[in-house]
Design a binder for this molecule. Structure first.
Ligand code: MN
Length: 475
């Protein structure tokens, strides 16, 4: 344990920070003295592992301290007042925040909605509370072994349905992948076993191929005077592979990016130069070049992706990104965390989805809340452009009416027609990623009750209802 503590402390070079972490460790050790985890280990190993994960996310020393203390209110006689006295109000606030997130035991949709609601409110208050919770959940999921089978399954389902999507939304790629892969075998043991035995050999083969390819790529880039910072093989996470086979209705061996090569370079121009160099050597597959640098994913993810006919015609995926984009993809929101700073603008905008959820989560009943959540939160997002080039981010399957309401409720209410990429389109049809949409309005036009049958976003739905109520078309 002392070794683990030293590891954490080493990441913080300021003497005050080190002292704070040490102090929290000593406090937690005496508070949990004599307590054991279900695995039989000393309880202290749990908060220490949580603190370790938080230090990996490069969070500030106060968050590390709060991670060490995160279970003292729940499991010992220590109170929030004690924590404030020994440390300060901020640390006590974080510890209390995490304790409040101890969810209702997950039984069904209602508890799920309730736990999710709590997470969202906490995210809006102080994102660090949620990061501590995620680190807590990660270690609990890693050590699920001792629980009863049904309890294991319930916990793992909650991980898949709440915590992994939140990690994804916060842009912390590795955490999302790890949580999903840990929970997958408990939630869907049959699917997990089938898939892992099916792809085991394919993955091994691919990894070997990619290893052999690596020096060739280095040489190729050298010729173009490109010095990559790192070239790494990246194996697709099993759960995300499973989802992809479901989504595309394909067999796992038909998914090409089981193993991809990730190239990290210094800056954006070098990203594009690298893409060019690869395409000069290996012919790209049409329609498989994705420029997430110019058009980032809604969670902020940026990279260039391409698939090429590689050595021996083998289809090979490359991901190219700058060091900065790489940090962002690994640490997400945590990458922006500056000491003591509350959330400031570069990612305030990114958190607008939290604000949106907050706006309507108060009114909706739990069932409706969860249904909308599944669309607004879990679905993949698409980007739609206004004729001026502004980007609106919508769930997959959204219609021109959803788009109109996302811009302004008058635009939605008065919509009579929509043009997509210059051509008229039915207002009920689903938009596609990167469509340019123009809404044609008519003064005094009112929304039709039929619209409720096809809109996808909760915002459009509630605005349409509001307008219909005004006309007394519905109650
Ligand atoms: Mn805990």
């Amino acid at each position: 344990m002392d070794k683990k503590l030293a590891e954490i402390k080493n990441l913080y070079n300021n003497a005050d920070e080190q002292k704070l972490i040490e102090q929290a460790f000593v406090f937690a050790r005496s508070a949990h003295r004599g307590q054991k985890r279900k695995t039989g280990e000393d309880y202290l190993i749990h908060p220490l592992t949580v603190a370790c994960t938080l230090s990996r996310l490069q969070l500030d020393a106060r968050t590390i301290a709060a991670g060490l203390l995160h279970d003292v209110l729940e499991n010992t006689k220590i109170t929030a007042v004690d924590v404030t006295k020994e440390f300060d109000q901020e640390i006590a606030f974080l510890v209390e925040g995490v304790s409040k997130l101890r969810g209702v035991d997950f039984k069904g949709e209602k508890e799920l909605a309730e736990n999710f609601r709590k997470m969202i409110l906490a995210t809006a208050q102080d994102i660090r509370v949620v990061l501590i919770k995620l680190a807590d959940v990660l270690h609990n999921t890693q050590t699920l072994g001792t629980l009863s089978p049904s309890r294991k399954k319930r916990y793992a389902r909650e991980v898949l349905e709440i915590y992994a999507p939140i990690a994804n939304r916060l842009g912390i790629g590795w955490l999302k992948g790890e949580l999903e892969d840990l929970a997958f075998p408990y939630v869907m043991p049959k699917e997990y076993n089938e898939l892992s035995s099916l792809v085991k050999d394919a993955i091994k083969e691919n990894e070997q191929y990619i290893e052999d390819l690596k020096p060739k790529v280095f040489k190729l880039l050298e010729k173009e005077e490109i010095k990559p910072i790192k070239i790494d093989a990246r194996t697709k996470h099993l759960y995300s592979l499973w989802k992809k086979t479901k989504r595309l209705d394909k067999k796992p061996w038909e998914i090409y990016d089981l193993v991809a090569l990730r190239i990290i370079v210094s800056d954006i121009p070098t990203c594009y130069a690298t893409l060019g160099a690869l395409h000069k050597r290996w012919r790209p597959l049409p329609n498989e070049i994705k420029d997430y640098i110019a058009l980032p994913k809604p969670n902020g993810y940026q990279s260039l992706h391409t698939k090429v006919f590689g050595e021996g015609g083998k289809i090979t995926e490359f991901q190219i990104r700058s060091q900065e984009m790489h940090n962002e993809a690994e640490f997400g929101i945590a990458a922006h965390w500056a000491y003591k700073e509350k959330i400031t603008h570069p990612f305030k905008k990114k958190l607008s989805w939290i604000k949106q959820l907050q706006d309507w989560q108060v009114a909706a009943d739990p069932k409706e809340f969860l249904e909308s959540l599944k669309i607004d939160f879990f679905r993949d997002r698409i980007f739609i452009f206004t004729p001026n080039g502004d980007v609106i981010d919508l769930p997959e399957g959204a219609t021109p009416i959803d788009f109109a309401y996302a811009i302004h409720s008058d635009l939605g209410d008065q919509c009579v027609m929509a043009k997509v990429n210059g051509k008229p389109i039915q207002i009920a049809s689903a938009l596609k990623n990167n469509d340019i949409v123009e809404i044609i309005t008519q003064k005094n036009k009112k929304p039709s009750p039929d619209w409720l049958g096809f809109v996808k976003t909760s915002k459009a739905r509630s605005k349409i209802r509001e307008a219909l109520r005004k006309q007394e078309l519905i109650k």
